[in-house]
Design a protein around this ligand. Structure first.
Ligand code: IPD
Ligand code: CA
Length: 281
C-alpha cells in the first residue's frame, strides 16, 4: 500500500468530520432503535437489522461528499482500502440493538497509510461522543480522558469479548485464566464501546480473540491517545481478515497480556503475527 500521509490540517478536518458524521449517524440509529426494527440472523448469533445498512449508507454518503479521494470500508457494504481509508461500523453491538438493549455505538475510524490516525465513537442512547486523533489526545464530549491507573489484577475490571468466529475452547480457557488471576471479566456486546471505556478508564482492559477492522479502527486511536496500550491489530492480514485484540491501561497491560499468553500457549492465536503479545503502538 502506498504510504501517503495527510498533513495536520487534513487529519484535523477528518477528525471533525468523523465526529460530526458519527453523531448524526448515531441520532439516526437512535430513531430507528426507538421505532423498533426486526432483526435477522446472518449466521449463528450474528444479527443484522435494516438499520445497519441504512446507517452505513448515510455515513458513506457524507464521507464521500467531504473526501471524494478517500476509500471507505464498512461492515455491511464492504469496500477496499487505500492509502487513506475510512473504516465504518454503522452499529457496533447489533445483538444489543436487536434485543432492545442500549449498549450499541457508531464507530468511524480513519487509517492513514494503514495506521489508525483518527476516530469517533458515538453512543446514541446517551448521546456520548468519543474522539481522538494521533498526537492530539482522547476526549469524551470534548473533555480530555485517560486510561485507568490500575496495576493489580485483583482490582481489574476487564472485558473479554466473544463471537463464534473464534474457538470456544480458547475463549473458555482465557476466561478461566483471567478469573484465576483475580480479575473480574464481563462481555457487554460492543467492542467499540468497550475500547472507549478502556480509554476513559471505566474499564481496565479489553480482549477478543478475533475482531474485524471496523470493530476497532476508531477505538485503537482512542485507547492509545488516552495513554493505553494495544496489540498491533493491523499487523499481517489485520486490515482484511481481522486479528485478535488486546488493549489495556498502561500499568495493567503486562499483567493482562501475561495471563492471556499462558492461557493460549500452544494455540495458533498466540502466534506473534497475530499481534497478541501486545506492546508497541
Ligand atoms: C460485534 C461486537 C461484539 C464483538 C463481536 C463483534 P457487531 O460487532 O463488537 O462486541 O464481541 O466480535 O462482531 O456484529 O455488533 O457489529
Ligand atoms: Ca462490529
Amino acid at each position: 500500500m502506498e504510504e501517503l500521509r495527510v498533513d495536520a490540517t487534513g487529519l484535523e478536518l477528518r477528525l471533525a468530520a468523523a465526529a460530526a458524521v458519527a453523531r448524526e449517524a448515531g441520532l439516526l440509529a437512535r430513531g430507528l432503535f426507538e421505532s423498533g426494527l426486526a432483526a435477522t440472523l446472518k449466521s449463528r448469533q450474528d444479527y443484522v437489522t435494516a438499520a445497519d445498512a441504512r446507517v452505513e449508507r448515510f455515513i458513506r454518503a457524507r464521507l464521500a461528499a467531504l473526501f471524494p479521494g478517500d476509500a471507505i470500508v464498512g461492515e455491511e457494504l464492504g469496500g477496499v482500502g487505500s492509502a487513506r481509508t475510512w473504516v465504518v461500523d454503522p452499529i457496533d453491538g447489533t445483538a444489543n440493538f436487536a434485543h432492545r438493549h442500549p449498549g450499541f455505538a457508531v464507530s468511524i475510524g480513519f487509517l492513514d497509510g494503514g495506521v489508525p490516525a483518527a476516530g469517533a465513537i458515538h453512543v446514541p442512547m446517551t448521546d456520548t461522543l468519543y474522539t481522538a486523533r494521533l498526537g492530539g489526545g482522547a476526549f469524551r464530549n470534548a473533555q480530555s480522558i485517560a486510561a485507568s491507573a490500575c496495576d493489580l489484577p485483583e482490582r481489574a475490571y476487564v472485558e473479554l469479548g466473544y463471537s463464534p468466529r473464534s474457538p470456544r475452547a480458547d475463549y473458555l480457557r482465557t476466561l478461566e485464566a483471567l478469573l484465576d488471576g483475580g480479575m473480574l471479566a464481563r462481555w457487554s456486546g460492543s467492542a467499540a464501546l468497550a475500547l472507549a471505556q478502556v480509554a476513559e478508564g471505566s474499564s481496565d482492559g479489553y480482549l477478543e480473540l478475533h475482531l474485524n477492522p471496523w470493530d476497532v479502527a476508531a477505538g485503537l486511536v482512542l485507547v492509545r491517545e488516552a495513554g493505553g496500550i494495544t496489540s498491533d491489530f493491523f499487523a499481517g492480514e489485520g486490515a482484511t481478515a481481522g486479528n485478535p485484540l488486546l488493549a489495556a491501561a498502561p500499568a495493567f497491560h503486562p499483567v493482562f497480556a501475561n495471563a492471556v499468553m499462558d492461557a493460549l500457549a500452544g494455540s495458533p492465536l498466540a502466534r506473534p503475527c497475530h499481534g497478541l503479545p501486545g506492546g508497541g503502538h
